[in-house]
Design a protein around this ligand. Structure first.
Ligand SMILES: [Zn+2]
Length: 412
């Protein structure tokens, strides 16, 4: 597949003029009420005006038409490199699914992983997603996000259920992160991701958390997803426990719950993004709040894999920093954050609340709400417009997207 650059080597995102006036039937700032016949003015990469069209300062007019124009959506958890594996593992138990997935990913070449990540980003852009929080054990999503000009955090994933692997895993991580940090851009930064309680020892969780704090790197981890994970942590029992014992790894109780285990290992803090959090009781939610962790809920993936539903209403009520993720296309059918938000919040939610979770919610979960997530003067001009009156049950299709003030060509 040819790289999506234009003749001058610029990425997919086209260069925009210095001052654009985007006019829309409805502007939805999320930070305040909707604005009928509204305008968002963008100077360079930032928003310089949000309000009624009649009072907008001068600039180049862009008529977006009968649309709702809001902040770009935030996908708070995905695995872009797995986009090519969509639909490959239907009907498997979680344990069988994760083993099949790991083997299938290992069979993909670096070029295939990169193409897969590019396809995931393009799919996300068409659904209005401008920020991707990705976890991967390879370079593909990081490289693809930089190449295609989107915003994101590339959390480098690492594994190591055997405490004896800890030192080697950390040496590899230090080397990898030094190389990744030298390639960070204003839009794409990097972080670390110890994978999950069943694939990471207490020793490795502690070491990665210490490293992340020292290096001021954001951290993401899958946690409290499946019943077998909870059984492994609480009782040293279940399918993961049997698998680890079969590999000669000692298994014992590691805490009352996976969240408590992470707290004991120093993983929790404002820099931590907790992915899934399906199996959280009131005490776990209190712990998440105490440490001001971000949470990414992935309702379709959780349903597909039979894990149940996260306690989204309780987390919203408690003001947890909550965003929505699609997870990978190996456990989902499409990358559609707006649809995920509606599912996460339930049938009685309003469209505005679903938009807030998909935008500001994700930005808060990632610690980026001072930069993106609402349409406010001074924030980055990440924008997405959708046809006004579109069926909320149909796939979300953005009619216009911009990242940091640059309009995206959605035809590619
Ligand atoms: Zn995941």
């Amino acid at each position: 597949m040819p790289a999506p650059h234009d003749a001058h080597g610029a990425p997919l995102v086209a260069a925009g003029a210095r001052c654009e006036r985007y006019h829309a039937r409805i502007v939805r700032p999320v930070s305040g009420p909707d604005i009928e016949n509204g305008t968002v003015v963008v100077e360079g990469e930032r928003i310089s005006y949000v309000g009624v069209r009649a009072a907008a300062p001068p600039g180049n007019d862009v008529e977006l038409g009968d649309v709702i124009l809001g902040p770009g959506l935030v996908n708070a958890h995905t695995h872009l490199d797995l986009t090519a594996l969509r639909g490959r593992f239907e009907g498997l138990t979680f344990f069988a699914w994760i083993r099949a997935l790991t083997a299938a990913r290992a069979a993909l070449s670096p070029e295939q992983l990169l193409d897969s990540a590019r396809d995931g980003i393009r799919e996300g852009l068409r659904a209005g997603i401008t920020t991707f929080a990705d976890t991967a054990p390879n370079d593909a999503p990081f490289a693809a996000m930089i190449e295609l000009g989107v915003r994101g955090i590339a959390y480098r994933e690492l594994f190591g259920p055997d405490p004896a692997q800890c030192d080697a895993a950390m040496a590899g991580l230090r080397e990898t992160m030094a190389a990744m940090r030298s390639r960070e851009t204003p839009l794409v930064s990097c972080g670390v991701s110890p994978h999950a309680p069943y694939s990471v020892s207490d020793e490795l969780f502690s070491a990665v958390a210490l490293f992340a704090n020292e290096e001021r790197l954001p951290l993401a981890t899958h946690v409290a997803e499946s019943i077998d994970e909870s059984r492994l942590v609480a009782d040293g029992d279940g399918e993961f426990a049997a698998f680890l014992r079969g590999r000669g790894i000692a298994v014992a109780s590691r805490g009352r719950t996976p969240i408590e285990m992470l707290e004991r290992n120093g993983v929790l803090g404002a820099h931590a993004l907790l992915i899934h959090c399906v199996r959280c009781d009131d005490s776990d939610i209190a712990t998440i709040l105490k440490h001001r962790c971000g949470v990414a809920t992935c309702p379709v993936s959780n349903s597909t894999l039979g894990h149940g539903s996260a306690r989204v209403q309780a987390m919203v009520l408690e003001n947890v920093r909550l965003g929505v993720g699609t997870d990978s296309m190996a456990s989902n059918v499409r990358m559609d954050v707006l649809a995920e938000s509606r599912i996460a919040l339930g049938a009685r939610t309003t469209e505005r609340t679903a938009w807030e979770l998909a935008t500001l919610g994700g930005a808060r979960a990632l610690g980026l709400d001072h930069v993106i997530g609402t349409l406010q003067v001074g924030k980055q001009a990440d924008l997405a417009a959708f046809p006004n009156g579109a069926d909320p049950g149909a796939p979300s299709r953005a009619s216009f997207v911009a990242v940091a003030g640059r309009a995206v060509d959605l035809r590619t």
